[in-house]
Design a protein around this ligand. Sequence first.
Ligand SMILES: Nc1nc2c(c(=O)[nH]1)N[C@H]1C(S)=C(S)[C@@H](COP(=O)(O)OP(=O)(O)OC[C@H]3O[C@@H](n4cnc5c(=O)[nH]c(N)nc54)[C@H](O)[C@@H]3O)O[C@H]1N2
Ligand SMILES: Nc1nc2c(c(=O)[nH]1)N[C@H]1C(S)=C(S)[C@@H](COP(=O)(O)OP(=O)(O)OC[C@H]3O[C@@H](n4cnc5c(=O)[nH]c(N)nc54)[C@H](O)[C@@H]3O)O[C@H]1N2
Ligand code: SF4
Ligand SMILES: [Mo]
Length: 730
Amino acid sequence: MVPLTRRRFLQISTAALGSATALPRWTAQPAWAAAPASGGVTTIPTLCDMCFWRCGAIAHVRDGRLWKFTGNPLDPQSEGRLCPRGTAAVGTVYDPDRLRQPLLRVGPRGHEQWKAVSWDEALGYVAERMNAIKAAQGPESVALFNHGLGQRFLVHVLRSWGVINRAEPAFAQCRGARDTGFALTYGNGLASPEPTDIRNTECLVLLGSHIGENMHNSQVREFAEAVARRVPVIVVDPRQSVAASKAKYWLPIKPGTDLALLLTWMNVLVTEQRYDADFVARHGHGFEQFKDEIKGCTPAWGAERTGLPAELIVAAAREFSSHRPATLIHPGRRSNWYGDDTQRARALALLTALMGSWGRRGGIFVPTSLKVENYPLPPYPGSNRPQADGADGAQFKFAEEGVTTSLRAATLSGQPYPIKAWVVYGTNLLQNLPDRAQTLAAIDKLDLLVVCDTIPSEIAGYADVVLPDTTFLERHDELFVGWGRRGWIGLRQPVVAAPHDQKPSWWIAKQLANRLGVGACMPFDDIETYLRWRVEKSGHSWERLQREGILMGPPNPVTVEDGLALSFDTPSHKVEFWSEQLAAAGFDPVPKYTAHPQAPAGHFRLITGRAPVHTFSKTQSNPYLHDLMPDNEVWVNAGVARARGLADREYVTLRNQDGVVSHRVRVKATERIRDDCVYLAYGFGLTNPALHGAYLNGASAAQLNTRYATDPLMGGTSIHGNFVQLVKEA
Ligand SMILES: Nc1nc2c(c(=O)[nH]1)N[C@H]1C(S)=C(S)[C@@H](COP(=O)(O)OP(=O)(O)OC[C@H]3O[C@@H](n4cnc5c(=O)[nH]c(N)nc54)[C@H](O)[C@@H]3O)O[C@H]1N2
Ligand SMILES: Nc1nc2c(c(=O)[nH]1)N[C@H]1C(S)=C(S)[C@@H](COP(=O)(O)OP(=O)(O)OC[C@H]3O[C@@H](n4cnc5c(=O)[nH]c(N)nc54)[C@H](O)[C@@H]3O)O[C@H]1N2
Ligand code: SF4
Ligand SMILES: [Mo]
């Protein structure tokens, strides 16, 4: 590998992000695919997995080693450019902390005493324990936690074996509330990538949504283009985020009061008749009742709750409504803020409807896809038991996916039936679920904890069996069928060989299937047979997909301007300003503001977001990204820091309302945050000493999330309801 100095790395990532590529946007045959490898360098297209945006990328391989990772110009997500994390994929392959072989626990759980074993022994052990649990308690007593494209076949095998309990933090800890709120309003969630037409917008409104720190590639690039086009940007954030620093209006809202602001904005739009009356008349359901519900939400009412001047609230509403329908009210993504997040998402959805910007150019488009045939696989067995997490309606009427924290609660209580094993694929539950003590207590109840990961993550530290997956650069995964302005298929394929005894996740799933007695559910010898079948049966060339990495579908209308006819899959077949479904289930049919708990004396609300060069807790041991940002800092209002005698860059610890104390972290004293909250980027302060570079670097926001509120509609867990004191180091 070419030694990559920090300086050169920065140059690469800046070029990757900022510069306009000379390649046309939709080349039929890119130079790198047509030309034979020169100078011993082979280029292989694949999909980035440094985060879940799944950008199309090109691996440059020399002498069997990956030395550069760049964007695939054919891919609609990257358009030839990766974010800094994608560029650093090389560090994921050569991370010295990688798991190398299967491990069996020999000491007490969590004490990290292992025996390296063969795959045969590891998978034989897993199958034997799982079959014993099935015989005694039924397959429902095994739960699966998973995330990412690599999970596909493990999920399939376990479901074929009888698993019905499965959840991922990307729902209840991420976009679940947002998608539920939009589905209740329009009949459809937004999924990923969210169809925001930033490229064509004439006014962008961001609540939270810290694009630029949230590095989702295409959104960041379209955002940069919008700023260059001098599109007015309105940012609502208690902290002056990177996006807020580019904004025409920054509204430093009192945390937790966004719903009051949204209701006030809607009141202003209705009162001043600035909404799209035609859209509402044609597509709206229950508008009069809605109007009646929000009539008390005047600017004075909103100002009192949000801490924002009434004039600023009104000025922002006048600004963004003057650009409708090309006004984009960004729907957000990580919506697990305060526990009433589905209702906040409903308010965002209704504000979009008042702008008439659903299905419009410059607003939210209705994405299209490409039809891909499904490989004929046997159906899953049924079960006469309910899901243990209540996400099938018993507890969370509107949850469309499994609820992690509720599955954890079922493991703790043994109700409605005991959960005796967790299989965990690609998700670090000790960081991404609130209240770590509950996660550890639930693990204590298990007869079996299997973790499949690439590095010694914190959750792997508690496993009975650790299965070392290959990295995404060493394996095939299921096809990625993308939804967007056009549909596309993206292929993940291996670009280098696994360096040790790591195995691809599809292979692990297939081997396990044989040992679990459900081998028939994987009726192909290798994954290429499966992938080729799907691609060719769908009328595409497998060889071309292997060569180019991306196959684009034909253009379809995605906005009214392109000829799209709007339709809504709600009970009324309209946009539900008033939700009969919510009313029938005993919830507010129109969102209502309720105040959230305030900080105890001497405490600050802990708010959180993303570090631009890291993904959650999974990239801290990547040498290049670690070099760029080894730890986090706690943002403290400069006046607060002065009053407490805290100097910029001085170390403090954070003690939360329940007495949990963080690892030491540097203070960033800044005017760019309100004085009632502090901010910490998520993903640091990792506690597994086997992560040599990343161990205890910075403070873990997750560790301080001991309190959470649960969204009663879909089970999402809030994390912004925790409060901390700043403790000076002795
Ligand atoms: N670099 C990088 N990028 C990522 C990721 C990553 O790990 N690393 N993860 C990706 C994923 S999965 C997701 S879900 C997204 C998440 O990214 P977003 O969806 O953008 O996350 P948010 O929580 O909406 O935004 C965090 C911002 O909200 C502000 N905030 C906190 N409390 C409040 C409040 O009460 N009101 C308002 N209006 N603002 C508040 C914070 O100050 C912060 O600026 O990021 C994605 N992009
Ligand atoms: N406190 C707090 N909690 C949060 C959030 C937050 O901001 N703060 N954000 C929430 C959000 S928005 C989301 S989307 C979720 C994200 O949660 P997850 O997507 O589950 O992300 P991580 O917790 O980083 O766990 C990813 C794990 O997968 C492993 N891994 C990486 N690549 C591979 C691979 O190829 N194969 C296998 N088998 N494993 C791999 C990593 O080493 C890591 O242990 O977290 C949520 N939880
Ligand atoms: S946004 Fe960045 S890390 Fe995520 S897939 Fe794209 S290039 Fe990779
Ligand atoms: Mo997320």
